[in-house]
Design a protein around this ligand. Structure first.
Ligand SMILES: Nc1nc2c(ncn2[C@@H]2O[C@H](COP(=O)(O)OP(=O)(O)OP(=O)(O)O)[C@@H](O)[C@H]2O)c(=O)[nH]1
Ligand SMILES: [Mg+2]
Length: 330
């Protein structure tokens, strides 16, 4: 999703720019006419659909437009333990994006959008995905959630358990696979993984569960590299909220150097400060993908977008008629 601000001498001209650059389905968040007649429009890219569009519409209606959202955003950043250097970058971006008739959530979302990347997992990725991450991050539960989500959407799902380290790791997946009648295979080593992936051709979604990796241990990294080398896989980092900010940034950066482009954040329900999430995404340049807010497989995952993240970070009282947990769940 992209939030963009357009400006021109007339509304017609500005809307032509919006249509040209964001397409006919663009969502208009706010319009403003300056005293000199110059028109400014804030719009979100048209392909945002469903819950993202609801988020955008909701945030545009969150509270009243504030004359200066920066003090509120600054307080939120401090409360979440965002360090000064990243805080300054976000505040500067918010400063560039603010204008009247914009609610605090939308101004903050625009700043987050310009400093971080958001890329939800596609429903049917063009290559198998392998969830990777530190021990206990929530990889296996997230594999189960992704598989359940795809299965419920009527897609064909193949799961491959390649965690040969944790006793009971495969049994965890087996229970789910049996309940949903999802195809599950075990891969004890890289060669078996290669065979399992080759045998999964034709599935809409192929997901591999991997073992916990300490990214600061060269043996762990070598073993993960061997798994990643067997096929054209997309490794997706699974990292929990609530870590120390610097640790989270270093862990995410280490996994980015192993080929990850996206991160799924788990245990959002167990954390109250999300500075580490911002630090990890900014330092590693990983795109924020989905978030997990519960250990229950049925509770699934929610894709994260700039507006959802802004609402998560801002004080709940700014979300008129929106309970804090609901805001986080979007
Ligand atoms: N509260 C909460 N708990 C979670 C969430 N995701 C996972 N968990 C719990 O975190 C623990 C570890 O989850 P796993 O999926 O086994 O983690 P893993 O990364 O596969 O662990 P290893 O295979 O040992 O590396 C379990 O108790 C899960 O129920 C979440 O979003 N919220
Ligand atoms: Mg596991």
């Amino acid at each position: 999703m992209k939030l963009r601000i357009f400006g021109a001498a007339s509304m017609n001209e500005v809307m032509a720019q919006v249509r040209e650059q964001l397409g006919g389905d663009a969502i208009i968040l706010s319009t403003q006419t300056d005293p000199d007649g110059h028109v400014r429009v804030t719009a979100a890219a048209g392909e945002v659909a469903g819950e993202v569009a609801e988020d955008v519409a909701g945030a545009a209606g969150d509270g009243n437009p504030v004359a200066d959202p920066l003090p509120i955003i600054r307080r939120a950043l401090v409360a979440h333990g965002v360090d000064d250097s990243l805080g300054d970058i976000l505040l500067e971006a918010a400063h560039d994006h603010r204008h009247s008739k914009m609610t605090c959530a939308v101004a903050f979302a625009a700043a987050l959008d310009s400093c971080l990347t958001f890329a939800p997992l596609p429903e049917t990725p063009d290559r198998p995905i392998m969830l990777v991450g530190p021990p206990g991050a929530g990889k296996t539960v997230t594999v189960a959630k992704l598989a359940a989500r795809a299965h419920l959407a009527g897609l064909s799902v193949r799961v491959i358990g390649a965690d040969t380290v944790k006793a009971g790791g495969f049994a965890q997946l087996q229970q789910l696979a049996e309940a949903l009648r999802i195809g599950l295979r075990k891969a004890e080593d890289p060669e078996e993984l290669r065979t399992a992936i080759a045998g999964s051709n034709g599935g809409d979604l192929v997901i591999v569960d991997s073992f916990g990796v300490n990214p600061f241990e060269s043996d762990d990294i070598d073993r993960l590299k061997q798994l990643l080398a067997v096929a054209n896989l997309e490794p997706v980092l699974v990292i929990p909220a609530g870590l120390d900010t610097v640790d989270a940034a270093e862990i995410a950066t280490a996994f980015a150097s192993l080929g990850c482009h996206r991160a799924i954040i788990t245990r959002l329900d167990l954390a109250r400060r999300f500075g580490s999430l911002l630090a990890a995404a900014h330092a590693s340049r990983l795109a924020l993908s989905d978030v997990s807010v519960s250990p229950n497989i049925g509770d699934g995952l929610r894709s994260l977008n700039p507006v959802g993240l802004a609402r998560l970070l801002l004080p709940a009282e700014l979300h008129a008629n929106t309970a804090p947990r609901e805001a986080e769940n979007r």
